[in-house]
Design a protein. Structure first.
Length: 82
């Protein structure tokens, strides 16, 4: 389930990072992207679909230990308290 969640969320993480890290003009208006979907489509058009999975493995490496820990703890609680 952690793998599927990481696959589903990676493109949104990339888009969020691009929007938050974009330059702004002196009045604070964004210069590259005007919204989430515009950013997503512009990335796919100019850089390709695989760019949306940049950072997949570090993100996956962060999710897996948490999922494993939750699973083990829940199984121990279930065994202890029935």
């Amino acid at each position: 389930s952690g793998f599927a969640a990481t696959i589903a969320s990676s493109p949104f993480d990339v888009v969020k990072s691009r929007i938050m890290g974009q330059p702004v003009d002196p009045s604070g208006k964004p210069l590259l992207y005007h919204g989430t979907f515009q950013c997503l489509f512009k990335i796919m058009k100019t850089e390709g679909l695989t760019v949306l999975y940049r950072g997949f493995w570090p993100n996956f490496g962060r999710v897996v230990p948490r999922v494993i820990t939750i699973f083990v703890v829940l199984e121990k609680l279930k065994a202890s308290f029935g």
